[in-house]
Design a protein around this ligand. Structure first.
Ligand code: ADP
Ligand code: MG
Length: 232
């Protein structure tokens, strides 16, 4: 679980990495463009120019390759898990940090089992990302309400905070890669969470009002056995 928290914070590194990658690629691109402009102006390129261009292209190819390895998710196996257990574990894990900020978790947990076909660590990552956002939205402390229940053929999870909320004009940008309204935010938490939820055939909906709080609704289909062993 510490690993997940670390990863949530490490998203910061990914952001810096992306900026770095863009920068690294821009240099060889500029060189390539320069050579092509020379050619266009009638200064025919010689063998040495072409060699340099090829090596610059090779550099771009290398950088992109490295980034792809990093970004590529490992094959993931779906298992039948009770989401109540996963959520309880995450809440226990975050409890001391919440206390530190005068925040309490108020839970309503279904007495019925809530089985979902999932990759446990990925769902934990989603809960950590969303709960951290809720906590960060309440600098003066308060309560975060978390409920989990069966709803038709789904499991519905609601995470509601009474924090600063999201202004309407900001709302449309939330979830875009690298969009953050925080000084040291990454702007990757919602994007990553949404992508995990979609891979689990679920939905993630954000409802918010500036000044009064934010609710995130998650919906996952109840586990059907044929989903088990599915590989992403
Ligand atoms: P980060 O937390 O690094 O900023 P996220 O993708 O997790 O990146 O969130 C993007 C933005 O969405 C946040 O910067 C914030 O403006 C807004 N946001 C997300 N969740 C909440 C919330 N519970 N309360 C208020 N704003 C939120
Ligand atoms: Mg976040």
């Amino acid at each position: 679980m510490e690993e997940l928290l670390r990863r949530s914070e490490k998203l910061k590194t990914v952001g810096q990495l992306a900026a770095g990658v863009a920068h690294e690629i821009r240099n060889p691109l500029t060189a390539l463009k320069g050579f092509l402009q020379l050619q266009q102006q009638g200064n025919l390129l010689n063998q040495m120019h072409v060699t340099v261009m090829l090596s610059e292209l090779e550099r771009i190819n290398f950088i992109v390759g490295e980034f792809l390895i990093l970004a590529k998710p490992q094959a993931i196996k779906f298992e039948k898990k009770d989401v109540r257990d996963i959520l309880r574990e995450v809440l226990t894990f975050l409890d001391s940090e919440a206390h530190l900020y005068n925040i309490e978790f108020v839970t309503i947990i279904s007495p019925q089992s809530c089985y979902v076909a999932c990759e446990e660590n990925q769902l934990k990552q989603v809960f950590i990302n969303l709960l951290k956002n809720a906590m960060e939205a309440m600098p003066d402390g308060g309560s975060i309400y978390i409920s989990i229940r069966k709803w038709h053929e789904n499991v519905k999870i609601e995470i509601r905070d009474e924090g600063i909320g999201i202004p309407e004009d900001v709302m449309e940008k939330v979830g875009e890669p690298f969009f953050t309204a925080k000084e040291s935010g990454t702007g990757l938490g919602i994007m990553v969470s949404r992508s995990i939820v979609h891979n689990h055939h679920g939905t993630l909906e954000i409802i918010s009002k500036e000044g009064s709080g934010t609710t995130v609704n998650l919906l996952f289909p109840l586990c059907r056995d044929e989903q088990l062993g599915e590989v992403l």
